[in-house]
Design a binder for this molecule. Sequence first.
Ligand code: DGY
Length: 309
Amino acid sequence: MLKVLVTREMVDEAMHALEGQCEVDLYTGPPEAMPRDEFLKRANGKDGLLTMLSERVDAELLDAAGPQLKIVANHAVGYDNIDVAECTRRGVLVANTPDVLTEATADLAWALILACVRRIAEGDRFLRTETPWIWGPRMMLGHELYGKTLGIVGYGRIGQATAKRAEGFGMRVIHNSRSGGVPFDTLIAESDVISVHAPLTPETKHLFNADVFTRMKPTAVLVNTARGPLVDEAALARALRAGEIFAAGLDVFEREPQVEKTLLDLDNVTLVPHLGSATVQTRAAMGLFAVENLLNGIAGHRPRALVNP
Ligand code: DGY
């Protein structure tokens, strides 16, 4: 039987789909990512790897795995954790799980947008500390979305699904991406809400930095459900503290799973632990898709969602 390594337990449907299909080595260690040395050791001799976004697949790992490795099936749509060029050079297939998480991630972007503009997490924390309060005309004022401008950075599947939801809120939508839309400088100057959906590449690292924050509206909100390193977190914390922008909502982090310490005591930031695709339905679909890609790859067939050029 062909051998595969699964780097974190998936939902039941996906785990069951592997049964009887191949010999599965499942990492069941603590919730942190598999330690690198263990990943290198357990990848050895495997025909396929089913990886999470937290496992780095590079030349060192491919050397450790060995020449029999046929496929790396990522349990994510993003694949910035994988050196695709190196895999391609060695004839290793790379696959991802596009489409099935589009709507769930767009919903989460909106959950953060609403939480930020209406100060939901701050209000929740306020009540939990049992602070004495009474309704008042000046209390905890946020901003309205109706008639405002939503700027989408990265206009792929998830960016477009997020844009579509803005119609219901009566917002104007502008976007910026590699293939078009308005210039980035126009987007950051005109948007009341910016939602980030671009992939992480050397060009997009720290796309949102200290200089950009000074050019956003002081009432603006920034939401990131894409990849943490697109935002310079320390600069974001300084901008939020200085009132250069109104609020931020983060689902992803620069040094995930660590969160920049200077963000933690700010009330105008809403933080969630990378939950974009975390619904029962989507995680089942992602798991089944990743398994399908893996099984096709080890059998020598082309996976449905092939990433290699
Ligand atoms: C992805 O798929 O890339 C998300 O970040 C995790 O669902």
